[in-house]
Design a protein around this ligand. Structure first.
Ligand code: XIL
Length: 375
C-alpha cells in the first residue's frame, strides 16, 4: 500500500509544472532557468504562502522554473519595521531560508519607498525624526541581510513621469539628496550586496532621462550603485519595444547592470487616469473592466504570446547587458493585477495559468531558444 501511495505521489509531483496535461517524462515542459541559463537569471516575486510552502504545486513550479526570487511584500517597511525601533524579521528570515533550500538568489525589495510605509512614518513630518528612521531602517536591515541576499532595491519609484523628483515624504522632508544618501548608507551597511534603483515606466524617454540623471548624480557623488531595475508592468499589444531597447543601451552605458524586475503584461482594459504602477491608485469595479471573468479568448492568448515572444527576443539580443528577468508573480492567480488598479478582476498577465499549466506565451518564449515548434 505504501508503495502505491509513493507511486501516486511521485506521479503527482512529476505532473506539477509539466502542465499536468498528460505530458510524459519525455514531453516534460522545459524550465525557464535552464533554458536561459547562459543568458540571464529568471525569477518571480513570491508571496507569503509560497514562501511558507502551503501549496506543493507552487513549490514545485518555483523550484523547477526559477533561480532568483523577490519577496512581493514581506521586506517592505510596513511589514519588516512596523513600529519605531521594532523590527519583525520573521517572514524575511523565512525568505532567506526558502532561497537557500531551493537555490534561488534573492533580490530584496525594498528599502526606501513612499508606499507601504508603516503608520508611524507616514505621519512623521519633522526632519530629525525622519532622518533617524531613514538611517536606522537602512542600516539595520541592509546589514542583517548582507551576504544573505544578492541585491537590494535600495530606492523604489523616486521619479515622476516627466523625470522630475517625485514629491514624496522623503523628498519633501529630506530633500532631493535622499536618494544619494540611501545608497551611501546601504553601501556602508551591505558591502557585499548589489545596490539597485528600481522604478516603473523608466523605459519612457522623459522618465528615462530623469533616471539617467539620478544614477549619474549617485555616481558623481562617489557612491556605489550597481544596477537599475525596469519594473516592466506592461499592457497587451502595447509593449514599448523601442523604448525598452533604447533604455537597455542608455542604462548599460552608465556601466551598471540592467534588470527587468516586475514583469507582467495586463490583458485587461485600463480605467481612465491610470498610467503606470502606482500602488496607491485604486479605481472602482464595473463589469466592462472585467471582460474575461470566465475564460481568456484565444485571440487574446495569442496576442499575449506574441508580446512575450517579441519581448524575450529583444532580451536575448541584449543578454550581455541584462542580468535578470523577474516576473511579478508565479501564476495568473497570484498576480497583483487581479486587484490593482481595480479590485476583483480576472487578469492573465503571466506565463502560467491558474493551475500552473504553461501558457502559449511560455511555449513561445522557450521556443526562441530551443527552436521547438509550438502551437
Ligand atoms: C505590489 C504587490 O504585488 C501587492 O501585493 C501589494 O498590495 C502592493 O504592492 N511596484 C512595486 C511592487 O515595486 O512592490 C508592487 O507590489 C507593484 C508595483
Amino acid at each position: 500500500m505504501d508503495k502505491v501511495i509513493s507511486f501516486v505521489l511521485v506521479v503527482f509531483i512529476c505532473c506539477i509544472c509539466t502542465g499536468g496535461n498528460g505530458q510524459s517524462a519525455a514531453g516534460e515542459i522545459p524550465s525557464l532557468k535552464t533554458v536561459f541559463k547562459e543568458d540571464f537569471l529568471v525569477g518571480a516575486a513570491l508571496n507569503r504562502h509560497q514562501v511558507n510552502e502551503t501549496d506543493p504545486m507552487a513549490t514545485a513550479c518555483i523550484a523547477r522554473q526559477f533561480n532568483t526570487l523577490t519577496p512581493e511584500n514581506d521586506m517592505k517597511a510596513a511589514l519588516i519595521h512596523p513600529e519605531w525601533g521594532r523590527y519583525n524579521f520573521t517572514e524575511a528570515d523565512k525568505i532567506i531560508a526558502f532561497g537557500e533550500r531551493h537555490q534561488l538568489q534573492i533580490n530584496a525589495h525594498t528599502l526606501i519607498w513612499h508606499s507601504q510605509l508603516p503608520a508611524f512614518v507616514m505621519h512623521m513630518h519633522d526632519k530629525d525624526s525622519l532622518q533617524r528612521f531613514f538611517k536606522d531602517h537602512i542600516s539595520v536591515i541592509a546589514s542583517r541581510y548582507d551576504g544573505k541576499v544578492y541585491s537590494w532595491d535600495v530606492v523604489n519609484e523616486a521619479l515622476n513621469e516627466d523625470g522630475t523628483m517625485r514629491k514624496s515624504l522623503f523628498q519633501r522632508t529630506l530633500g532631493d539628496d535622499y536618494v544619494v544618501q540611501a545608497f551611501q548608507l546601504a553601501g556602508q551597511a551591505a558591502p557585499h550586496t548589489k545596490l539597485y534603483y528600481n522604478d516603473y515606466n523608466i523605459e519612457r524617454p522623459e522618465k528615462r532621462a530623469g533616471a539617467v540623471a539620478l544614477i549619474r548624480k549617485i555616481q558623481a557623488a562617489g557612491v556605489r550603485i550597481d544596477g537599475v531595475g525596469i519594473q516592466g508592468h506592461w499592457h497587451l499589444g502595447r509593449v514599448p519595444l523601442k523604448d525598452i531597447e533604447e533604455s537597455i543601451l542608455a542604462y548599460a552605458a552608465l556601466g551598471i547592470d540592467v534588470m527587468f524586475t516586475e514583469l507582467d503584461i495586463s490583458v485587461l482594459p485600463d480605467p481612465k487616469g491610470v498610467e503606470g504602477a502606482d500602488v496607491n491608485q485604486q479605481k472602482g469595479y464595473n463589469n466592462a473592466l472585467n471582460p474575461y471573468a470566465g475564460s481568456l479568448p484565444d485571440s487574446v492568448q495569442q496576442q499575449l504570446a506574441r508580446d512575450y515572444e517579441n519581448l524575450f527576443r529583444l532580451f536575448l539580443r541584449y543578454k550581455d547587458k541584462i542580468g535578470r528577468v523577474t516576473f511579478w508573480g508565479v501564476n495568473d492567480g497570484d498576480s497583483w493585477l487581479n486587484n490593482w488598479p481595480v479590485p476583483g478582476r480576472t487578469n492573465y498577465p503571466l506565463l502560467f495559468d491558474r493551475q500552473f499549466n504553461p501558457k502559449m506565451a511560455f511555449n513561445k518564449v522557450i521556443a526562441l531558444k530551443t527552436g521547438t515548434v509550438t502551437k
